[in-house]
Each structure stands twice: as C-alpha cells, then as structure tokens.
Ligand binder design. Structure first.
Ligand code: HPA
Ligand code: ZN
Length: 320
C-alpha cells in the first residue's frame, strides 16, 4: 500500500497538526494549552462524537498564529502524505476560526500556498487547497468568506462545508455554493457523517455539489445509493474518523464494500489524521483488513481517488 500512487481527497489541514507540533507551536507563540505535553494530548483524544471532537480540534487550532505556522503545517502533512504514495492531496482548510482571532487571511492562505509550492519542489506532490466554511455559522459568514478569499482565487481549487452537522442541513448553504460555482470553484460538502441520508440528497439537490465528504448515511437508502452510482458521485469516506467519532462502532460492516459493489465511486481518506490514529494508508489498511477487500477492490478505490479529484485531467494522465 505504501508505494501505491493515490490521491487523498478529504483531509483537514488543521487536523494534521501532530501533538508534538501543537506543543512546539504553542511554546513559540506563547499560547497556553490545557494539556501538558504530547502524551497528555494523545490521552485526551477520546471523543464522544463530532461536536466533542470539534471542541478539541478548535482548541488545537489556537496554536496556529503566524504565516510560518501555516507553511510548516502544510509541508509536514504533504511530506508525510508523499511518503505514503499520495501524488495529489486536496486539503480542506477553514479560515473562519483564525479570522476570529484576527489572523489575516493572507497569512493563512499565503503560508499554505508557500507550503504547497515547497512540497511540490521537494517531494513532487501535487497539493491543492479547498476553503471550507463552518456550517454552525451563518450562510452570510460563508458568503463573506468567499469575498475574503477572492484575491487567492487562482490558488484555491474548490470550496467545502464542514463543522457540526446535526441541525445544520446543506440547504442552509445553497446560496454559498451557488456563489462559489459562479466564481468557478469546484464544490464538495460534508454530509451523512452524523446527519441523515436526507442531508446527502439535499447537498446534491439543493447545493448541487460535485462530491460528498463522508456520505456514510447514504448507504442506508437504496434509492440514494442507486443515484450516487448512476450519477457517479464520489464519496470521500474516512473509516478511522467514523470509528473514532462513533459514526460506526465496527468496521466489519463498514459500507465501503457494499457501495463499491453498487458501483458508487467511493474513496478512502484520513479526515483529521493527527486526531484519529492514522493517515491515508492506515485507513486503507483498516478497511482492507475488516472487510477482506480484494486486490481488485483496492485498485478500484485508488482509481476512484484520482477520477474523483478536482485536478485537471491533463495533470492526471499517467495516474489513471
Ligand atoms: N466533520 C466535520 N467537520 C470537520 C471534520 C469532520 O470530520 N473534521 C474537521 N472539520
Ligand atoms: Zn472532514
């Protein structure tokens, strides 16, 4: 698995912040953390669900303060991903938590694109940035985010929607996705992680997104599964995340295999690897072991990762 070339389509840059780096950035920026060191941090990574996880994740975000932090975070993840055979990495990043703390959007995105350029040079990996809005905030906030990001339009491939899902259906963000499309962004939306299958359908019907992040709940609805297969909608699934956030308690029934059998273009990704106990290859290993996936099925997952990516088809020649 290590050397097998693949794309990763669902990873939050902030979720790649390893405990050692969190402690190091906190010391360098004079930020106090409620945890004493990396071991105490790792011990705290026992989550009851998505919202409980997000509260820890946003505390971790507080150590990221200056442009250099965003550059180092990006390079560290891309180097690690390249070491796992990732050739193309589409990284979600949510500026709103940092804007709240007065960190200029130019320091955030500037640091990330510096990191992307550096990693392309040194590790040959094709990193791409997707800006993600928080669904627990308002749609007006998300529209404002698009305005703030406009100067970096040529360095941001797409936009997404993350955060606390329950009670925040995709329909709340229909205008945000319309505006993003009008600006030429590719679109993806978290749906069906803790929310119901209806949220997956709403992301397609009301927000017209191209890809679904997670989509776990879609597997409960045969009509929706048939539609995802017919329309070849890529699902970016994250098994270790779903396990750690109790979306599922048993990977032996994880729907990746059933969805593959139904012809849905499923992919395997890490989500927030520093918090969930594994990068992309550990996620492949977890589902392969639990479901006894065949070599042909793993090949299909890998092929789906490239075909579902937002890279220009010319950039993918040779990978498919
Ligand atoms: N779900 C929703 N929002 C997120 C996640 C997630 O798993 N990780 C970071 N932001
Ligand atoms: Zn996610």
């Amino acid at each position: 698995m290590t050397a097998r070339p693949k794309a990763e389509l669902h990873v939050h840059l902030e979720g790649t912040l390893e405990p050692e780096d969190m402690v190091r950035f906190a010391a360098r920026n004079g930020v106090e953390l409620p945890w004493q060191g990396p071991e105490e941090l790792r011990a705290a990574y026992s989550f009851t669900g998505l919202e409980n996880f997000l509260s820890v994740y946003f505390q971790g975000c507080q150590v990221l303060c200056i442009r250099e932090d965003f550059r180092e975070l990006t390079v560290a993840y891309l180097q690690r991903a390249a070491g796992q055979g990732v050739r193309r990495a589409e990284m979600l990043f949510g500026p709103q938590a940092f804007l709240d703390r007065g960190i200029a959007i130019g320091d955030q995105i500037g640091g990330i694109v510096d990191g992307i350029d550096e990693a392309r040079e040194t590790h040959g990996i094709d990193g791409a940035l997707l800006v993600s809005a928080h669904r627990h905030r308002s749609e007006d906030d998300a529209l404002e985010l698009l305005e703030l990001v406009r100067p970096w339009r040529d360095r941001v491939v797409g936009v997404g929607l993350g955060g606390a899902e329950r009670g925040n259906p995709p329909s709340k963000f229909a205008r945000y996705f319309d505006a993003a499309r009008a600006d030429g962004y590719r679109t993806t939306c978290h749906a069906g992680e803790e929310g119901p299958a209806a949220y997956v359908a709403a992301a397609l019907d009301e927000c017209h997104v191209e890809r679904i992040d997670h989509g776990y709940a879609a597997a409960t609805n045969p009509d929706l599964v048939a539609r995802l297969a017919d329309d070849q909608v890529t699902l970016t699934m994250c098994p270790l995340s779903n396990l750690r956030l109790h979306v599922t308690d048993d990977l032996t029934t994880y729907p990746v295999k059933r969805l593959l059998d139904a012809g849905v273009p499923v992919t395997v990704n890490s989500d927030d690897p520093a918090y969930f106990g594994g990068y992309v290859n550990e996620n492949y290993a977890a589902v392969t072991d639990a479901l006894g996936l065949t070599e042909a099925e793993v090949k299909t997952l890998v092929r789906n990762s490239f075909s579902g990516s937002f890279a220009h088809p010319d950039e993918l020649r040779g990978a498919l």
